[in-house]
Design a binder for this molecule. Structure first.
Ligand code: DC
Length: 230
C-alpha cells in the first residue's frame, strides 16, 4: 500500500530537514515542494519575467508550458530540481530567489502549474512532501499530516546560519524581515494560504533536538500506517 505524509509550516521552521530524515527512516521518497516554487522563481528572474516585484504573469505562464522544470531522482533516491536539464539546487537556495518566491507563489496560474508537478511525481509511490498547502490543499486526504512551527527568533537564526557563509553581506535583521514578509504573503494569499491542516499533529520544535522531534514523527506515522496496512 502506498501512503502520503504531509508536512506544512512556515519558512525555516525545520520542516524540510525533518521531512528528509523522516522519509529516509521510512524508506520512502521526499519531495520538497518549495523547491518547485523556487525553480519557477529562478526561471522568471533569469528570463526577465520578474524584476523589482513586477511580474509578467501571462508571458511567464506561457513560457513555463514550453520549459522543462522537473524533479529528477538521483542514484541515491534523492530528488533534485532541474530547469531545462540544468541542476539548479544551489541557485534556488540563495537569497535572491528567497526574496521573490512568495510573491511568485501567490498566483493561481503558478500554483496550478506546480500542482501538476506535485501530483505527477507522487503517483504510485509513498512520499513525504513538505510545503505550505500540502495537507490542506494538495493532498487533503493524506494518511499522516504534520504542522511544524518555531518562533521567529529561532527561524531567523537558523536561516541566517544557513546563508552567512555564502552571503557575507546579510544581517540577521534582514533575514528576520524577509521571513516575516514571506509569512505574511504565504498566510494571507487568496489561493491555498498557509494554514494548519485539519487532522494534523502540531509540533513546535523550539528547544527540542532534531532527533527528539524526528522520533515523535516516526512513531506517530508508524502508529497510523500500521493500522492501515492490511
Ligand atoms: O519551503 P521554502 O521556503 O523553500 O518555500 C519557498 C516558498 O514557496 C514559500 O515562501 C512559499 C512557497 N510555497 C508555497 O506557496 N506552497 C508550498 N507548498 C511550498 C512553498
Amino acid at each position: 500500500m502506498n501512503y502520503i505524509v504531509t508536512i506544512d509550516g512556515p519558512s525555516s521552521s525545520g520542516k524540510s530537514t525533518l521531512a528528509k530524515l523522516l522519509a529516509k527512516k521510512l524508506l520512502i521518497s521526499h519531495i520538497d515542494s518549495g523547491s518547485i516554487y523556487r525553480a519557477v522563481t529562478l526561471y522568471a528572474l533569469e528570463n526577465k519575467f520578474l524584476s523589482n516585484n513586477k511580474i509578467l504573469l501571462e508571458k511567464l505562464v506561457n513560457s513555463l508550458s514550453n520549459s522543462d522544470i522537473s524533479l529528477k531522482e538521483n542514484r541515491d533516491g534523492i530528488f533534485k530540481m532541474y530547469v531545462n536539464n540544468e541542476d539548479v539546487e544551489d541557485k534556488i537556495r540563495g537569497s535572491k530567489v528567497s526574496k521573490h518566491v512568495s510573491e511568485v507563489a501567490k498566483y493561481e496560474e503558478i500554483r496550478e502549474f506546480v500542482l501538476r508537478i506535485q501530483r505527477d511525481i507522487s503517483k504510485n509511490k509513498s512520499i513525504v512532501m513538505d510545503g505550505r498547502d500540502i495537507g490542506s490543499f494538495v493532498f487533503p486526504n493524506a494518511d499522516v499530516k504534520f504542522y511544524i512551527d518555531a518562533s521567529i527568533k529561532t527561524r531567523s537564526e537558523r536561516r541566517y546560519n544557513q546563508l552567512k557563509e555564502k552571503e557575507k553581506h546579510l544581517s540577521i535583521r534582514e533575514v528576520e524581515n524577509d521571513l516575516l514578509s514571506r509569512d505574511n504573503i504565504d498566510k494571507t494569499r487568496k489561493k491555498s494560504p498557509l494554514i494548519i491542516p485539519k487532522n494534523s499533529l502540531i509540533i513546535n520544535n523550539v528547544n527540542r533536538t532534531i532527533d527528539d522531534v524526528l522520533n515523535q514523527m516516526l512513531e506517530y506515522t508508524k502508529s497510523i500506517i500500521n493500522k492501515k496496512m492490511p
